[in-house]
Structure formats: C-alpha cells, structure tokens
Design a binder for this molecule. Structure first.
Ligand code: TYM
Length: 333
C-alpha cells in the first residue's frame, strides 16, 4: 500500500495555515483508507532554533492534541514524536554525507531563517532538509502532504533519494510524491496578502491561531485587510486581488469546497457581508477543535502513552529500513 508521511514542528503557535494547508489533508488521507498514514511531531527539527525545554515539552503535547482533535485517530494512523524513533537521526547522518553543501545553501527557508547572520545559525538549521529527507525515507513513504512552503524541501528529498540510489547502485529509496492540493496550500497573512500566514509574524492580527476564541477570530477577520471592491461574481475576478482571494480560499477550504463552488454563494457580496459569514464559519469549524485540544491536554500522561505506542509502531517499520541502509553503505552492524 502507498504510504503517507508528514510532520509538523512543535515550536508553539499553531495557525489556520497549519490546519488548512496540512492537518485537514492529513485527516482526509487517513480517512480515505487507501494509504498507510504516519504523522510525526518533529521535535528534532524544532530545536534547530532555540526552544525553551519546558515549553518544547508542552508544545509537543499540545501538537499531539491538535492532531487528535482535528481527527487523526492514533489507531488508524501512526502518531508519534520524532525523538522517540532514533532511526530518523541515524538515517539523517547518512544523508548528511550524501547531500551537498550547495543544495542546502540554495534552500529559501535557510536563507530566510538564517538571514544575514548565517555564521551564527546552528549547524542543525543548515542541515534541516537532510533530517526531513530522513523522516520521509526511513519509512519509504511514497506521498507527503504539505503546504506550498515545503515544496523545495521535498525536491531536495527526491534529490537525496536519487543520489543515494545512484552512488550505491541500488534502487532502494523511493522517489516521493509531494501532495500539495486543495484551496489553501498557501494561506496568507490577514494583514498583507503577499506574506504567508505564519506564527513568527510579529503581528498577532496577521493570523488566526488554533487557540483563538470566537471573539478574537471574528475581530481578526473583521479587521483583515482588503481592497474596497465587493467580491467578484466569478473566480477569475480574484486573480489580481490577493487579499480577497485569500479570504475566499479560506472560506472554501473551511467548507470543504472549491473556490468555484463557493462563488455562486458569495460572489458580488461586499466585505461587510462576506466577512461575518467567514467569521461564523471559522468559529464553527475551529472552536470544537480548540475545545477538544483543551480536554486532551488536561491529561498529559494519556498523550504520552499514545505517542509512545505510536513510536513503537513506527520503529517496526523504520528499524529494518535503517538496517538495510547500513548494509548498502557497508557499515558493520
Ligand atoms: P511546519 O511545522 O512549519 O508546518 C507544518 C505544515 O503546515 C504547513 N503550513 C501552511 N500551509 C499553508 N499555508 C500556510 N500559511 C502554512 N503554514 C504552514 C506547512 O507547509 C507544513 O506542511 N519542515 C516542516 C516539517 C517537517 C516535515 C517533514 C514535513 C519535518 N519533516 C517531513 C513533511 C515531511 C515544517 O517546518 O513544517
């Protein structure tokens, strides 16, 4: 069976972008039943930049609660945190020796995150994509659902698999398919239609957080930046209107429809009418998730047991693949 892997960093501050761009697709792929689904809290990625230890632990549990509250069933999917499956880091070391410095230097996320101060960035941040390739390939995953911002990392994952197979003359690692689908692969900031919605934006008004209450959600949507025109009647009319397009995409994704499918309902409406509709829909869809997250995080021991069980199942797949990799490389084990 085709196998899905994806991960989210437990670095705190989950946004509507994480939900619509990633989590909703994770749940759909699990429920389709056509895939074996493996989902991971990538704590080792999170520590490529400083994380307060107590906050990291709490954020990992909160992220686990987000997965489950959004519909990931730890019986149907394998759900775990990366640090508990040492094969990720072990394969990443091998990939550190396969991937090239030049590949890493070209990553736009490296350039954005390290910025002008690259000399002072952690070595882990530079090698981040090699660990990501290991996450995916340690399970021989075939499909990786992600938001648009991860596309370049997935291309690098393919390059690592191709180079490993070529260097060792094997056909061992699969060439993974990115799954970047739906109307919300790139949810934009509510304050600036040219910037991605992100937990690291200094303005809290730029994003909807998974923990926001109904009032905060309604207020952020009411204040979201737009142009003064009413919505167009056809989807094509959104082309040059990034802020309007973003809000319509969010509306479509939240209601499990395409933009074309929602246009008959909302086309031609002024924002004074559309924004409250969007706010109501967002509150409807998000508040049950945050309520369930609060319920689950009240019992951290239960979350820890679930993740430990998930890690055991993950290791059953990962250990033989690492073993075979070591043999291919010629490492005595
Ligand atoms: P992370 O933790 O930054 O984000 C998790 C997922 O959310 C998506 N996302 C968005 N999608 C649409 N619009 C947005 N504004 C938005 N913001 C975030 C991301 O695309 C991602 O799918 N490197 C990854 C984590 C990772 C991973 C992996 C992913 C580590 N190993 C292996 C897949 C496979 C990351 O930092 O995602």
């Amino acid at each position: 069976t085709p196998r899905v892997f994806s991960g989210i960093q437990p670095s705190g501050g989950l946004t509507l972008g994480n939900y619509l761009g990633a989590m909703k697709r994770f749940v759909q792929m699990q429920d389709e039943g056509r895939f074996e689904t493996i989902y991971c809290m990538v704590d080792l990625h999170a520590i490529t930049v400083w994380q307060d230890p107590a906050a990291l632990t709490a954020n990992t549990r909160e992220l686990a609660a987000f997965f489950m509250a959004a519909g990931i069933d730890p019986e149907k999917s394998i759900l775990f945190n990366q640090a508990r499956v040492p094969e990720h880091a072990q394969l990443a070391w091998i990939f550190n020796c396969v991937a090239r410095m030049g590949w890493m230097k070209r990553m736009t996320q490296w350039k954005d995150k390290a910025g002008k101060n690259a000399e002072n960035a952690s070595l882990g941040l530079f090698g981040y994509p090699a660990l990501m390739a290991a996450d995916i390939l340690i399970y021989h995953a075939t499909h990786v659902p992600v938001g648009d911002d991860q596309k370049q990392h997935l291309e690098l994952t393919r390059d690592v698999a191709i180079k490993f197979n070529h260097d060792f003359g094997v056909d061992f690692f699969p060439i993974t398919e990115p799954v970047i689908e739906g109307e919300a692969t790139r949810v934009m900031s509510l304050r600036d239609g040219s910037k991605k919605m992100s937990k690291s934006d200094p303005s809290d008004a730029s994003r909807i957080n998974m923990g926001d209450d109904a009032d905060a959600i309604a207020q952020k949507i009411r204040k979201a930046r737009t142009d003064p025109e009413p919505l167009p009647s056809e989807a094509e009319g959104l082309a040059e209107r990034p802020e309007a397009k973003n809000l319509v995409s969010i509306y479509a994704a939240l209601s499990d429809r395409t933009i074309a499918e929602v246009m008959p309902e909302i086309g031609g409406k002024p924002f004074s009418e559309f924004k409250p509709m969007l706010a109501d829909l967002a509150v409807d869809k998000l508040s049950p998730i945050s309520a369930e997250m609060r319920r689950l995080t009240a019992d951290p021991a239960e979350i820890d047991r679930t993740l430990a069980r998930g890690a055991e199942r993950a290791r059953e797949i990962a250990a033989p693949i690492l073993q075979r990799t070591y043999e291919i490389v010629g490492l005595l084990t």
